[in-house]
Write a protein that binds this ligand. Sequence first.
Ligand code: HEM
Length: 344
Amino acid sequence: MMRPTTSSSWMPSVSSAALFAATLVLLAGAGCDGALLKAHFYRHSCPAAEAVVRDIVAARVAADPAALPAKLLRLFFHDCFVRGCDASVLLDSAAVGGAAEKDAAPNASLGGYDVIDTAKAVLEAVCPGTVSCADIVALAARDAVSLQFGRDLWDVQLGRRDGVASRASEALAGLPSPSDNFTALEANFGAKGLDVKDLVILSGAHTIGVAHCNTFAARLSSGSGPNSGGADPTLNAAYAAQLRARCGPAPAAASNNATAVAMDPGSPARFDAHYFVNLKLGRGLFTSDAALLTDRRAAGMIHRLTKQGYFLQEFRNAVRKMGRVGVLTGEQGEIRRNCRAVNT
Ligand code: HEM
C-alpha cells in the first residue's frame, strides 16, 4: 500500500488557492461545461457501461468493504479538485514525462486505481474507445458508497472526457490541506465553484475511511492551555489522548505514516451523519474539520446535518456539483484506452 509522505501535513493552501483559481478560470474559458453531462450518456454507445462498473465495484467492495468505498470516494474528490473531473489523477508519471498528480504528497495514500483499471479493461473489450476514465471514477465512487444501502445514493451524470496532462505541482496547489483554516478552505472550494455549504456537506465524506497519524499529529502537541494535555484545545481531550496513544509521542507521531485511525470513531465504515455528531463534540480529526465550527455560516449548518435523511439528501446535491467541476465534454480531451496513459 502506498503511504503518505513523512511530513506532518502538506502546506496550507491559502496563497496557492488564488493561483489555482486563476488556472481554473483559464480552464473554464477553454470550455468546461458540466451542463453538458447527462444521465445514461452511454445508453446507445455502450449500454453495458454502468452495469459493468457496478458489477466490478460490487465484487471488489465485497472483498474489502471497510476500506474500498472510502478510497474510491476520495479518488473522485482528488480527481475533481485538480484540473476538474478529467481522470488526470490516474495518469502515471512515466506516461506524462514528469511527476504526475498521483505522485504528489497529498495523493500518496490514494488507492482504488486497480478497480478503475479493471473496469476500463472490460469496457475497452466491450465498447472500445467509448467510456471515459473520468466517468468510471465518478461511477465507481457512487457505486462503492451506495452498496451498503442497496440503492444508489446519488445519480451520476456522464459524458466527461479524459484530460491529457497531470502535474504533481497542481495537486499540491489545488488540494486542500488538513491543516487549512476556514479562510483557506473557503478559498480552495470557491476556486472550483463550490460554496460554503458544499464545503460543509462534502466534508461529511469523512464519515468513512482512515487517516494516517502524520496528517493530524500537529494537533496533538500544539496546545498549551492547562487542560489541553498538550493538544489543540479545540480537540476533545479524551479523543486527543486516544489519538496520542495510537500515534505515539509528539516528535515521532509527526512522521508516523504507518498507523491509521478511523476518521469517524463510533461508525467508521457507515456512510452516515455521525461525522457531524463527532464534529460538535470536538472530535473532528483534522484542523480542517474543526475549522467548520469557526465560521458562523458553516457552524450554523452542522446541527441539521446530524440528521441522516437531511445529510444524505444534501450530500447527493453537493457531490453531483463536485462531479461537474472543470469537466471536459464534447470534442475536448480524449477517451483514454488505458487510464494510466494518454493515447498515442
Ligand atoms: C475539506 C477539505 C478536505 C481535506 C483537507 C481533506 C483531507 C484528507 C486527509 C488528510 C485524509 C487522510 C489521508 C490519509 O492519511 O491517508 C482524508 C481522507 C479522506 N477524505 Fe478527505 N479531505 C477533505 C475533503 C474531502 C472531500 C470533499 C471528500 C469527498 C467528497 C473527502 C473524502 C475522504 C475520504 C473518503 C477519506 C478516507 C480515505 C481512505 O480511507 O483511504 N475528503 N482527507
